[in-house]
Design a binder for this molecule. Structure first.
Ligand code: ADP
Ligand code: ZN
Ligand code: ZN
Length: 690
């Protein structure tokens, strides 16, 4: 008597192989069981999706292959998890096998049942160094109100709490309540950046170790080694871990006892995956919570317009925490009109004076600039040569410290030429500025500034280059907290999440590019970045009255600044949403992109045109608008030409129906003559930028 499990294996996207493959098994296998099955000449990991009593139609008795091994030491993946990955695959137009298997920790793919069983018996790692327990704080009235509302919420909650309003304490206590509700309860806490997980993990561990044990909290993110990820995944799957903290990939963790999901800084673009299945972990969190019957809290001081709109419509319940803990004021906006400053000034004199003043008082400054390196371009004025990348349609960035020209898109790096490669002119010059240059110049400009102890101002830099080495980020943050730095120059990485106590001045020195960008989300991003950055200042109520956000701009009259001055996110959101509605943009329209990579731009666009032509015959075509194929802004990266085609609809469901019907036609369009040279294509549903 045989059983016939339908098994999901990792088939590459667009391979044409179905999602479910039938195998034969001597024993009935529960849905969600992990198995190893033959696939071609290999043996691969698979997930039993269902198990039939009769062989599938059309399968001759001798054809079926047997399940090779059953990983029965692991409990099956539960129905909620399976529904989540099935939904993600469907919604983001990917293969079920691709999404489901990618959601498992990589080492699981290679373990035999015996190895896995041994791994499961291995005792949990001995508790790490003792940490001082962290006790619950008495909540402010706003925090208490929010917590009570979360406890009683039936819809997703949007926790709109200003920077420094104490959102973390609300998350911690909401987690405590969720965990106390059942002995098997689990919570998932998502954060946008790996950088933020160690701090949060420490905080959660300190809070929950005494009650729930030291190994009750685990992290899950892409910076962990494969064995670490496997251990954390197993802890979550078996229920030993009660709290999982992680970046976007953690939304797929197996959590059989899930009661609560927290998505911190929900507006952050890093929740959207930019390769493979282009999922939004924030949006999947909402779906997952509904399937699991868990609560979900999205928290931010600057909610995304999507979430804000949902709260205006009543689909999400919005909770406001407008006050800072300790009653500190939010920093005052100081706009510097660059039209009235000395020509070519990197830092306007009044801003420089304000910084020197902070240094003299022993306070700290943050200076934000959105580019790393010394200058974005190196150029020869004699012949017009520029430091273009030979492999990309982009300039290579001049890094002065190691004398290199580096392409930030493909990584191509060369030493800086001594003279212009085209004309031999010795006088080649940087154009524009990046973090290295700002750091260098500020050190010079502040040479006269003195700290209270009489010492010179200490200027430091923090960006992806200075934090590459393991532990360097932590070391730099620690130095800042310890007051060993007076002025910190950095990219947006310094604007996020950190609880700095002695910063009273934050400056954005070239924010203008985003004001007039073609991307309709640019103003939203800039507004969030500036408010978040401002939120790093004046967190110590004693200093908050003097805290300031300085912005250098050529367009001080821009309406964004009026809302920024008033720290008025609701006003900004209202105005932006009105613009979006008038322009029929998301969240009032729904979008998807078909992207193509090819050897030539003609082939990339040729594929898109063939796909577009094929779509005309679909009945679902009526409900969507198909735009012409266009090259991407950065058209070529690493010698690959890129193009895209936008699909739009008023209705999310209609867009979904169209995309699903379109998939098989895309497979055919791949072999259209004008698509010769196509490398790959992908659909991006709800793209972040178009
Ligand atoms: P947010 O994440 O909303 O920006 P934080 O959670 O970082 O704010 O809280 C700001 C500061 O206030 C932190 O230093 C935190 O420890 C402190 N804090 C939060 N809640 C309380 C409370 N109820 N009583 C005292 N201090 C608190
Ligand atoms: Zn030249
Ligand atoms: Zn390049």
């Amino acid at each position: 008597m045989y059983h016939w499990p339908a098994v999901v294996v990792a088939t590459p996207a667009h391979s044409g192989v179905g999602d479910l493959l039938s195998y034969r098994s001597g024993a009935a296998l529960a849905a969600g069981t992990l198995v190893r099955v033959p696939l071609g000449a290999r043996e691969v990991l698979g997930i039993v999706w269902r198990c039939d009593d009769a062989p599938p139609e059309g399968l001759a008795p001798g054809q079926a292959r047997d399940v090779a091994q059953v990983l029965d030491a692991l409990p099956p993946l539960d129905a909620g998890w399976r529904e989540l990955v099935a939904f993600a695959a469907r919604y983001y137009q990917r293969g079920l096998g691709e999404v489901a298997l990618a959601a498992l920790p990589p080492p699981l793919r290679d373990l035999t049942p015996e190895q896995l069983a041994r791994r499961l018996k291995r005792p949990a790692k001995a508790a790490a160094a003792e940490i001082a327990p962290d006790h619950e704080r008495a909540l402010s009235p706003e925090q208490a109100g929010a917590l009570a509302a979360i406890d009683g919420a039936t819809a997703p909650v949007l926790l709109f709490g200003t920077t420094g309003s104490g959102k973390t304490e609300v998350y911690l206590q909401a987690c405590a309540h969720a965990l106390a509700s059942e002995t098997t309860a689990q919570v998932l806490v998502l954060v946008p950046e790996i950088n933020l997980t160690p701090q949060l993990e420490e905080r959660f561990r300190a809070r929950f170790a005494t009650v729930h044990g030291h190994d009750a909290v685990v992290s899950l993110h892409s910076g962990m080694t494969p064995p670490q990820r496997l251990a954390a995944w197993i802890a979550a799957h078996t229920g030993r871990a009660r709290i999982v903290l992680g970046t976007r990939l953690a939304v797929f963790a197996s959590l059989p006892g899930l009661r609560l999901i927290v998505v911190d800084e929900e507006h952050d673009p890093s929740y959207k995956s930019q390769d493979g299945a282009r999922y939004s972990a924030r949006d999947l969190a909402i779906y997952r919570a509904r399937v699991a019957g868990a609560r979900v809290v999205l928290g931010s001081a600057t909610p995304s317009l999507e979430s804000w709109h949902a709260s205006e419509q009543g689909r999400y319940r919005r909770l406001d925490m407008p006050s800072r803990i300790g009653g500190g004021a939010l920093p005052r906006l100081r706009l510097v009109d660059m039209n009235h400053q000395p020509k070519g000034a990197l830092i306007a004199p009044p801003l420089l004076a304000a910084m020197a003043e902070r240094v003299a008082r022993g306070e700290q400054c943050l200076v934000l600039i959105n580019r790393r390196g010394y200058a974005p371009v190196l150029a020869c004025h004699a012949c017009g040569w520029k430091s273009g990348c030979p492999h990309c349609s982009a300039y290579r960035v001049f890094h002065k410290l190691d004398r290199t020209l580096r392409c930030h898109h493909c990584g191509f790096t060369q030493r800086v030429p001594r003279a212009c490669p085209d004309c031999g002119n010795l006088d080649i010059e940087p154009i524009g500025r990046g973090t290295e240059q700002v750091e260098e110049q500020l050190a010079g400009l502040l040479a006269e500034a003195r700290r209270p102890d009489g010492g010179p101002a200490r200027v430091a830099r923090m960006d992806a280059d200075t934090t590459k080495a393991k532990g360097s980020l932590e070391a730099q943050l620690a130095a800042l907290h310890a007051g060993e730095v007076d002025v910190l120059v950095g990219t947006q990485m310094i604007a996020k999440g950190h609880d700095f106590r002695r910063i009273t001045l934050v400056a954005a020195i070239n924010a203008d590019a985003s004001l007039f960008a073609s991307d309709h989300r640019a103003p939203e991003r800039l507004f969030a970045l500036l408010l978040q950055a401002a939120g790093r200042a004046g967190r110590d109520a004693a200093h908050s009255a003097a805290s300031e956000l300085w912005v250098q701009t050529w367009h001080p009259e821009h309406k964004l600044f009026a809302h920024l001055r008033a720290h008025d996110h609701p006003g900004f959101a209202k105005a932006e949403l009105a613009d979006r509605q008038a322009a029929a943009m998301p969240p009032f329209a729904h979008q998807a992109l078909l992207r193509a990579d090819a050897r030539t731009q003609e082939a990339a666009q040729g594929f898109l045109k063939a796909a577009s032509r094929a779509a005309q015959a679909l009945p679902q075509r009526e409900a969507v608008t198909l735009y012409p194929a266009v090259p991407l802004t950065i058209q070529r990266v690493a010698n690959v030409e890129r193009a895209q085609l936008l699909v739009e609809s008023d209705s999310r469901a209609a867009l979904q129906r169209f995309l699903t019907a379109w998939q098989p036609l895309l497979l055919q369009a791949r072999s259209a003559p004008e698509a010769r040279g196509l490398i790959r294509y992908a659909v991006d549903v709800d793209p972040l930028s178009v």
